[in-house]
Design a protein around this ligand. Structure first.
Ligand code: ADP
Ligand code: MG
Length: 729
């Protein structure tokens, strides 16, 4: 094994950067060439068909069969011109990945033999066997069929020689089996609720869309070293490994110059992204060694979620060409920063107004404050649900890890807006306001600087921070789809906006003027959501105590957090809000409990195997060598000299032997706990058993392995070490 480690290292040191295939044209000239977007539809579809599709996209409806037939014909013509031979429905089942099943464009025809064919029927609907995808028990195996149907709001695209059609994935009983279906429902709910509230300020607002701009963090590891680490291959993170003497202490990686081999990889995958219409804009080195980030221009949230899934696929594929592996895991290495996927989110109207950006006049700013405050209220009322949407097993190692947002939800606003909200609380008294008071308040609101961007103090420790014209939800994990977080956030804000509208309307019905009614409801929301607002250091121990006093929860375990998906508040937001049926929600939560159990189970198995098959034998080998050495000493030296010389060696041997005994004992105990947990029938209880009784062994066993790594001869250590994984490229 040790030879494997050294040959892997030799391989890495012999690597040259692979030159990327860069097009000669400017980005704007080849941007979107592999996407069947509106301009291409206009070229390839009859006018009427094109207009019907455009209408369906704008209004969020579906297309008829006749329209689908014509779209299919145009799409096929375009794809075949580009050398495409196959098509697939591309969807997001409830796993961490996307799914696809390719079919060739061929049909048998009585007269011509084999012909290229693709009908509208195949475009709008397919029936993949759904029985091997997780469903949380919604679907019985005898009713294994599910169907996929084109989501017209996300355009078809080409990868290699395959046409990919983004689809929803639903069971025959009508239950959603994917992330896209509820996401589209949540975005629609937000649209309706936000348009209603916008009517107070501007009658021209007919549509509100949620916008999302993600920042994808990741690690790159050389392929040869990756293969020499079974834990990375099977569990996506290192389950052992002593910290490198130097890693990120000097902060010398963040924003430093991008290494040549990495740059070649970035340029290559960015070209692929541009061809697929993904507007990647930013690239830079992150804080930890070998950690990087990629961020696009923001887009409509549904498309942006698809683009994030797609880019993760592209990155994995292109990395292989450069002999790298991308690690999207939130915490692949202990002791250094993990990776997140900051999700920048806002809302924009059909009239082009960003609802979370300060405006130029008091009326616009009252609208801005209305949306700002309802979002804060939504986060306050749904903090536990928001946490549940992002706290996955892999992300649990990052949240609360003192380099990432804590497991306590809070909202950061910056000093300017904090003062503004405090002012509203003070001035709006509940009694009828005098014209002078009103003017004074409006004057203050009118003065909100248009560009808060430069004025907002940056607070990196907040899980949900206002950054001038959007909120940044920082607790989302790097390996996750943004969809669960976006479903919950948009549904929660929709719910709060609906309540806001109802409450303001009822005051207006009592004869209170519109502006004053709005102020009164806002004031109450500001007061009620004050516990969630926090401007200080979210990483500090002081905040944990303070948060507890405020009644905010600090939940770090996945099963402990998942429960909140079925709380009374969650049911109100998700079920009454029309995003899920109770069956769907229960099914989905079941899938999450199972995912948690299986991930811990896999890690426990991998660690047990490595400990017993790799580490213990290596340690014994080294111990034997020391014992042989002591024997030789005894032959050469007299008794007094021998005692003096052998002392230190004996201590090392005892130390190694103790670690070996502990490893064996702990691995056996862990296996026992797994056995006990595996027979628990109830998936929730099983997940809790894995969390409480199995997971703690991962750390305990690792401790002894990492001590051995420091003692055993470097020449025979079987696994690449942190300093090798993180500093070779
Ligand atoms: P930082 O690291 O300082 O937060 P980045 O430039 O890395 O900033 O990322 C900012 C992200 O915010 C980008 O993806 C950008 O598109 C996104 N963004 C900017 N404005 C909006 C908006 N109105 N709605 C959604 N996302 C936005
Ligand atoms: Mg950011």
């Amino acid at each position: 094994m040790a030879e494997l480690r050294f040959s892997a290292l030799r391989e890495v040191f012999s690597r040259q950067a692979v030159s990327p295939d860069l097009p000669k044209e400017k980005i704007s000239e080849y941007y979107g060439v592999n996407v069947f977007d509106l301009p291409k539809m206009e070229r390839y579809l009859p006018r009427g068909t094109y207009l019907s599709v455009k209408e369906a996209i704008d209004s969020g409806t579906t297309i008829s069969r006749e329209v689908a037939d014509k779209v299919a014909t145009g799409m096929k013509a375009w794809a075949i011109e580009k050398g495409v031979t196959h098509y697939t429905h591309w969807f997001h089942p409830l796993t961490d990945a996307t799914a696809e099943k390719h079919d060739a464009f061929i049909e048998r025809n009585d007269y011509e033999g084999l012909v290229e064919s693709f009908s509208g029927e195949l475009l709008v609907q397919q029936e993949p066997d759904a029985s091997s995808f997780p469903s949380g028990g919604i679907r019985n195996t005898f009713e294994a069929r599910g169907y996929t149907a084109w989501d017209v709001s996300s355009p078809a695209f080409i990868v290699g020689t395959t046409l990919c059609i983004p689809t929803v994935f639903v069971s025959y009983t009508g239950d959603a089996l994917d992330y896209k279906t509820p996401l589209l429902k949540a975005l629609y709910a937000l649209d309706r609720a936000a348009v209603d509230v916008c009517q107070y300020f501007d009658k021209n607002v007919k549509k509100v869309i949620a916008t999302l701009g993600w920042e994808q963090e990741y690690f790159l590891i050389d392929e040869a070293l990756y293969y020499a680490r079974p834990d990375l291959v099977l569990a996506d993170r290192t389950l052992m490994g002593h910290q490198s003497s130097k890693d990120q202490q000097l902060a010398d990686h963040y924003f430093s110059s991008i290494p040549e081999r990495v740059m070649a990889f970035m340029e290559d995958f960015e070209v692929e992204a541009y061809k697929l219409g993904i507007p990647v804009k930013t690239r830079h080195n992150e804080v930890a060694p070998n950690q990087f980030e990629c961020a696009p221009l923001f887009e409509e949230a549904n498309l942006s979620v698809d683009h994030n899934q797609l880019i993760m696929d592209i990155m994995k594929r292109i990395a292989r060409k450069h002999k790298f592996r991308v690690l999207f895991h939130e915490k692949p290495f202990a002791g250094i920063n993990g990776s997140g996927k900051h999700s920048n989110w806002s809302m924009v109207t059909n009239t082009g107004i960003n609802l979370l950006a300060p405006a130029k006049n008091p009326k616009g700013n009252l609208q801005f404050l209305t949306f700002l405050v309802t979002v804060i209220k939504a986060v306050n009322d749904n903090q536990d649900l928001l946490r549940a949407s992002v706290l996955t097993e892999t992300n649990s190692y990052r949240l609360g890890g003192n380099e990432a947002p804590p497991a306590i939800m809070s909202v950061f606003l910056g000093s300017y807006l904090t003062a503004m909200l405090d002012d509203i609380v003070e001035k709006v008294t509940g009694k009828k306001m005098t014209p002078a008071e009103k003017t004074e308040l409006k004057l203050g609101i009118g003065k909100i600087p248009e560009i808060l961007l430069d004025n907002t103090d940056r607070n990196r420790t907040s899980p949900f921070a206002f950054t001038g014209n959007r909120f940044e939800f920082r607790a989302v994990g790097s390996s996750a789809s943004c969809a669960p977080a976006m479903i919950v956030l948009n549904a929660a804000v929709a719910d709060t906006l609906r309540t806001f509208k109802k409450e303001a309307d009822s005051l207006i019905a009592k004869g209170i003027k519109k502006d004053e009614a709005i102020f009164q409801v806002l004031k109450r929301y500001i007061v009620e959501s004050s516990p969630i607002r926090f401007e200080g250091d979210g990483y500090s121990g002081k905040w944990e105590k303070e948060a507890m006093k405020r009644g905010l929860k600090n939940i770090k375990s996945v099963p402990g957090s998942l429960n909140y998906y079925l709380s009374k508040q969650a049911r109100k937001v998700l079920i009454d809000g029309g995003i899920f049926t109770l069956r769907e929600l229960e099914g989905r939560v079941g899938v999450e409990y199972e995912k948690h159990t299986k991930k811990v189970q896999i890690e426990a198995r991998v660690l047990g195997d490595l400990a017993i098959n790799h580490i213990v034998p290596t340690a014994i080998k080294y111990m034997t060598e020391l014992l042989e050495n002591i024997k030789s000493l005894a032959m050469v030296f007299n008794e007094i000299e021998f005692e003096r010389l052998a002392g230190a060696r004996k201590e090392v041997i005892i130390g190694i032997s103790d670690h070996i005994s502990m490893i064996k004992k702990l691995v056996n105990e862990m296996i026992d706990e797994r056995r006990k947990a595996n027979v628990i029938e109830n998936i929730v209880e099983r997940s809790f058993a894995y969390e409480k009784n199995v997971k703690p062994y991962l750390e305990k066993i690792r401790y002894h392995i990492d001590r051995l790594e420091l003692t055993v001869d470097n020449e025979i250590w079987p696994l690449p070490k942190y300093r090798e994984l993180l500093f070779t490229r």
